[in-house]
Design a protein around this ligand. Structure first.
Ligand code: GDP
Length: 297
């Protein structure tokens, strides 16, 4: 991930570093190259534009150009702006500060990694936070989706809501709430149904489920390999459901990185976790600072 972007930026920065003095035009030329590198990495156009404007504004000031190491300073400005674009220095974890059961609703398209991520989070909540979690699959569209979650539940040693054949998503959500309350679960994870594309029926279902479960977290799961599509999906969900964060899956793949860089700006919500593999412990808190370090090599 980020390899090509990293190489391209490295090339631009080598040129900047090699010069003792910088003129405003040198910075502008370098930023033109950075802009192309961002767009080639699939960063959404408005995000790339804003990024370049912000860096240019800070970098063409006399303080930077007249300093002893102007190239180094420009690189530092790019680094800081990358961190900002990725969400700032704060690492945003899950919010548990509510009356139990804390409800975490997982949303996203089919194939994004939603069910796997639900199980990964349940494992993490049990192991790292010591909380008792219940998982429920509300996916009545995809054959065997509910069974898939039950199998994952056994693997991560987290309870799943018993399957009642024929029950509809909103009713499953109500039953899950009831069970979580009665059995004193700390956290309830709702794995909602995906679709191949965003459509009205999907959004209506998400709103209805949110309506009966009043989730404390609504996490959008998106596949980082899908680049601009991931950004469009995020835009659609943001307009319809009250997201509290994003999980980017397949960060272990060779995605060009555009989805990661665009997501915060497009949704206005923090990227909370990164999925880094198929194994059920392959999930990490998303750290904008380390991601920016990685991009800049
Ligand atoms: P859903 O349809 O959104 O529920 O998707 P699934 O959870 O069934 O995941 C689809 C496939 O993606 C499965 O084979 C998962 O193992 C895989 N997957 C999920 N997250 C990741 C990830 O972060 N990295 C990799 N390499 N594979 C993942």
């Amino acid at each position: 991930m980020f390899d090509t972007l990293s190489d391209r930026l490295g090339g631009v920065f080598d040129k900047l570093r090699g010069r003792g003095a910088l003129r405003e035009q040198d910075v502008r030329d370098a930023m033109r190259e950075v802009r192309i590198a961002l767009l080639e990495a699939d960063v959404a156009l408005p995000v790339a534009r804003r990024f370049i404007d912000a860096v240019t504004e800070k970098a063409v000031g006399q303080d930077v150009l007249r300093s002893v190491t102007p190239g180094q300073q420009v690189i530092k400005i790019v680094h800081d702006e990358l961190v900002e674009t990725l969400g700032g220095m704060e690492v945003e974890g899950l919010r548990f500060d509510a009356k139990p059961p804390v409800v975490i609703m997982m949303v996203g398209l089919q194939g994004s990694g939603k069910t796997t991520t639900t199980a990964k989070l349940a494992k993490l909540i049990r192991e790292r936070h010591g909380k008792k979690a219940l998982m429920a699959s509300l996916d009545v569209n995809r054959p065997a989706a509910q069974e898939q979650l039950a199998i994952l539940g056994t693997q991560v040693d987290v309870a799943t809501l018993p399957i009642v054949v024929g029950q509809q998503p909103v009713d499953i959500a109500r039953r899950a709430m009831e069970s979580a309350r009665l059995q004193n679960f700390d956290v309830l994870l709702l794995d909602t149904a995906g679709r191949l594309h965003v459509d009205d029926a999907l959004m209506a279902e998400m709103k209805a489920v949110a309506g009966v479960s009043s989730p404390n977290e609504v996490l959008l799961v998106v596949d980082s390999l899908t680049g601009q599509d991931a950004v469009n999906v995020a835009q659609n969900f943001t307009n319809e459901v009250p997201l509290t964060g994003v999980v980017l899956t397949r960060m272990d793949g060779d995605a060009r990185g555009g989805a990661a860089l665009s997501m915060r700006a497009v949704t206005g919500k923090p990227i909370k976790f990164a999925g880094t593999g198929e194994k059920l412990d392959a999930i990490e808190p998303f750290r904008p600072g380390s991601v920016a370090d990685r991009i800049l090599g």
